[in-house]
Design a protein around this ligand. Structure first.
Ligand code: GRG
Length: 292
């Protein structure tokens, strides 16, 4: 399999679908700001995982695409808000000036809000178009993982822990919710959408793979923040330390971060092996070798 070609094909389909959803209306500047961040060069990890999990579960890509796009909208809104002066105060994201640097803080907040709401509108319309418990269950999974019991809970724990010494359990809570929850949701929702609900063991395996992949992804992000360059990452390196963030590297040191990263990535990889999907196995390997 030519994995890079398959990734490029997925990305092209996702980008095409996202672009079609961003047709400008009044007030144009809002759509401009939403599109500026959404259509910027991102890896599209979450939508690719959702589409691939749906395919692995025998599902229909047309049903999965609105959910995949919704995941990218939610992810992008979280990046816009995370970059704001009230949070990380970052100037660079996806290789471009951050939303608030270009549009100002008020519009950046509202562009994030616009994307978040568009995500729910897109999923709700897909539930109407493809009625059944599978679409509603996928939407519930994504909403739960993006909310207070998932990404937002993780972000809040992260914010209130800045410049403080935290326990290992708190760090695992932060990583498990801020980052891993959405990655797990992508795989689980994809499996739920497959076969009108997929069999329970497939859903459980995707969920287990997603948690491990998500945790490994965040540890890798923490490692790259100290080992990579701004040019390669498209965002500032060393910003975690500057912001007093409790990262895996800060708490346990680079050696243990690398060791635990490798243990978790192998565990995720063997879950994909058990699921037996060649694309997901190869894609996991690409993610584990990423340098940005
Ligand atoms: C503000 C509600 C709210 C939540 C913020 C996701 C998040 C929570 C903050 C972003 C900062 C960060 C480093 C989060 C960890 C997750 C992560 C590694 C995000 C970057 O995701 P990639 O690498 O980015 O998939 P691209 O740009 O490729 O999509």
């Amino acid at each position: 399999m030519d994995i890079q070609k398959e990734i490029a094909q997925y990305k092209a389909k996702i980008d095409g679908a996202l672009k079609a959803m961003m047709a400008a209306e009044y007030p144009e500047v809002l759509y401009d700001a939403m599109g500026y961040s959404l259509l910027a060069e991102g890896k599209r990890v979450r939508p690719i995982l959702l589409l691939a999990a749906c395919r692995a579960a025998g599902g229909d890509e047309n049903v999965a695409m609105p959910f995949a796009c919704a995941m990218e909208m939610i992810h992008t809104y979280s990046l816009i808000h995370d970059d704001l002066p009230a949070m990380d105060n970052d100037d660079l994201r996806r290789g471009r000036p951050t939303s608030h640097k270009v549009y100002g803080e008020a519009l950046a907040i509202l562009a994030g809000d616009g994307l978040l709401n568009m995500a729910y509108e897109t999923m709700a319309n897909a539930c109407l178009q493809y009625p059944g418990t599978h679409t509603v269950a996928a939407m519930a999974e994504i909403a739960g993982s993006a909310g207070a019991r998932g990404m937002i809970g993780g972000q809040v724990a992260d914010v209130i822990s800045e410049h403080k010494k935290i326990s290992e359990d708190t760090l695992l809570y932060i990583h498990g919710n801020k980052t891993a929850a959405l990655i797990k949701a992508a795989l689980k929702a994809g499996a739920l959408l497959g076969l009108g609900g997929a069999d329970a063991s497939m859903v459980m395996r995707m969920e287990a793979a997603g948690v491990r992949l998500g945790m490994a992804f965040q540890i890798q992000d923490d490692i790259l923040d100290v080992t990579s360059t701004t040019e390669t990452l498209g965002k500032p390196v060393g910003s975690d330390d500057e912001n007093g963030k409790n990262t895996y590297v800060r708490l346990f040191g680079l050696e243990r971060a690398k060791r635990d990263y490798s243990m978790l990535s192998e565990a995720a990889f063997s879950m994909f092996d058990m699921i037996g999907d060649p694309f997901l196995m190869a894609y996991a390997a690409v993610l584990f070798n990423r340098n940005a």
